[in-house]
Ligand binder design. Structure first.
Ligand code: ADP
Ligand code: 5GP
Length: 203
């Protein structure tokens, strides 16, 4: 993967659903308008207000499977029974243009990119740009409260997300950075500090 400018950051952000990752990432993109949000592919149905190609590339299972077969994904995973994946082309294009990219992906996808990076030479643009961040809720009770208050999921889906959250929380030590999203402004400030520190390392 060749980059013309190689100080861009590939921010890989994971969190249990409901921890506030979308809220934080959206606030971050407002603060850093040059930062691009990576649009993933998924087989799940759009939620109210979600637009194709803006929030996700919404694909049928067959379309997703053929992209897997053609090797188009940098990573892909089954999350809560639906398939999600990041296209190689999305990441390659951002790196080529020297743009920062923020990826909201689950712990399985982050692990795939982490091990792919570890196998690359130290000066490879993908490896150089990779920064992984885990966002955790202050407690599991608060996570449940946020999922209920968000009112986008059925009780059954919330239970599934809570079970998955227990597993995801066990992966948090694999990430270079851990941010507890208790007070939103403080968590955003921590995230901004991580970005400044990572930029400084590469300057
Ligand atoms: P995720 O993208 O991780 O699934 P969301 O960003 O949708 O989570 O946040 C889940 C819910 O919690 C939303 O209703 C959001 O407004 C709320 N929320 C996010 N961060 C905080 C916070 N620091 N304190 C209280 N509520 C929060
Ligand atoms: P949601 O359906 O709520 O938008 O996302 C559910 C989960 O899928 C979240 O944990 C989110 O991080 C994850 N996810 C979204 N896009 C991708 C992706 O491209 N790859 C992987 N591995 N996970 C993703």
């Amino acid at each position: 993967m060749q980059a013309e400018k190689n100080n861009a950051l590939l921010l890989v952000v994971s969190a249990p659903s409901g921890a506030g990752k979308s809220t934080l990432c959206n606030r971050l993109v407002e603060k850093f308008p040059a930062m691009e949000y990576s649009v993933s592919c998924t087989t799940r149905a759009p939620r109210g207000g979600e637009k194709n190609r803006e929030h996700y590339h919404f694909l049928s299972r067959e379309e997703f499977d053929s992209k897997v077969a053609r090797g188009e994904f940098l990573e892909h995973a089954d999350v809560h029974g639906n398939l999600y994946g990041t296209l190689q082309s999305t990441v390659r294009e951002a790196l080529r243009q020297g743009r920062d990219l923020i990826m909201d992906i689950d712990v399985q996808g982050a692990a795939q990119i982490r091990s792919a990076c570890a196998a690359l030479p130290a000066d490879d643009p993908l490896r150089r740009s990779f920064v992984d961040i885990f966002i955790a809720p202050p407690s599991m009770d608060e996570l449940r409260r946020r999922l209920s208050d968000r009112a986008t999921d059925s009780e059954e889906t919330i239970e599934k997300r809570m079970r998955n959250a227990e597993k995801e929380m066990r992966e948090r030590d694999a990430y270079a950075h851990l941010i507890i999203n208790d007070q939103l402004d403080a968590a955003l400030e921590n995230l901004v500090q991580v970005i400044h520190a990572e930029r400084k390392k590469r300057a």
